[in-house]
Design a protein around this ligand. Structure first.
Ligand code: UDP
Length: 310
């Protein structure tokens, strides 16, 4: 198959491109390199089945494809809040453009949605039937509401134009190829620990997240794309919940760092708890993560060690 991966030079996108190529598919990797990096896909350039396209999905694109993974959108709060209007555009104009492409080519399209559609959740762990608790006028709204509209667009193109859609809600994901300056907690903590700098926690550190290793996530994406009778939304994430304070301690221990933990101001609208209920993914996709947080950090730390010393 010829498969389009938008955001293909990002963390999840680059691992997905690699896995699709290994299965013998033709892959078109589209990216505007706002947060993605050519370094992430450099090693794939020799493959005759791999093509890259510098493009921003807020502009239409016209190519012949059979499947579309729409991952293009900055996902770190630091980056999606840098130009919030652009973030909304990626999710409204960009998703519309990809849906129009899917409509014309009759490609199946999978939208990377997010746990952020649940906002600061009142239901714990989060199940797919929970409608969420999002502040529509806060600093995270460009992403949260953007991704919610993206889901609405997907469903409406599905109902109105019979576009073959799949929606996955991705929870916090990490692994090698995250940018050193990505701004998210796993990369920040590892880089700080390796440099012996203070690990800076926003607030008391008792807020929780559940972290999924990138290879598990990629397996879930492909599983969802290639099953026939279920369009989602489905949660994909690792259900092991830990506090940010625990993550900081674990990172210091695994990097054998002498760095200290310090506390700053809480981040605005920061969700207090987040944990996926993955019963639906288990049932429909026979999917669950295989790599726990300790193993995943052990696999990620050497990558950052190389980045900070080179
Ligand atoms: N966080 C932190 N220090 C950092 C980066 C993030 O304490 O250097 C906190 C952040 O406030 C949030 C959690 O870690 O409570 C996860 O943040 P991240 O930006 O990784 O992802 P998201 O908030 O989108 O889940």
């Amino acid at each position: 198959m010829r498969i389009l991966v938008t955001g293909g030079a990002g963390l999840i996108g680059s691992h997905l491109c690699e896995s699709l190529l290994a299965q013998g598919h033709e892959v078109v990797c589209l990216d505007n390199y706002f947060t993605g990096s050519k370094r992430n896909i450099f090693h794939l350039l020799d493959s005759k089945n791999f093509e890259i396209l510098r493009h921003d999905i807020i502009n239409p694109v016209d190519i012949e494809v059979e499947q579309i993974y729409n991952l293009a959108c900055p996902a770190s709060p630091v980056f999606y809040q840098f130009n919030p209007v652009r973030t909304i555009q990626a999710n409204v104009l960009g998703v519309t453009n990809m849906l129009e492409l899917a409509k014309r080519t009759r490609a199946r399209i999978l939208q990377a949605s997010t746990s952020e559609v649940y906002g600061d959740p009142r239901v714990h762990p989060q199940t797919e039937d929970y409608w969420g608790n999002v502040n529509p006028i806060g600093v995270r709204a460009c992403y949260d509401e953007g991704k919610r509209v993206a889901e609405t667009l997907m469903m409406d193109y599905g109902r109105q134009d019979r576009v073959d859609i799949r929606i996955v809600r991705i929870f916090n994901t990490y692994g090698p190829r995250m940018a050193v300056n990505d701004g998210r907690v796993v990369s920040n903590f590892i880089v700080q620990a390796l440099k012996g700098k203070d690990l800076r926690i926003n607030g008391d550190g008792l807020q929780t997240r559940s972290f999924c290793f990138v290879s598990d996530l990629v397996r879930g994406l492909a599983g969802m794309m290639n099953q026939e009778d279920f369009r989602g939304p489905v949660n994909l994430g690792n259900p092991r919940e830990l506090t940010i304070l625990d993550l900081a301690r674990k990172t210091i221990q695994l990097t054998e760092s002498s760095a200290r933990i310090v506390h700053g101001e809480p981040a605005p609208d920061d969700p207090v708890r987040r944990q996926p209920d993955i019963a639906l993914a288990r049932r429909k996709l026979r999917w669950e993560p295989a790599i726990d947080i300790d193993e995943g950090l052990e696999l990620t730390i050497p990558y950052f060690r190389q980045q900070v010393t080179s």
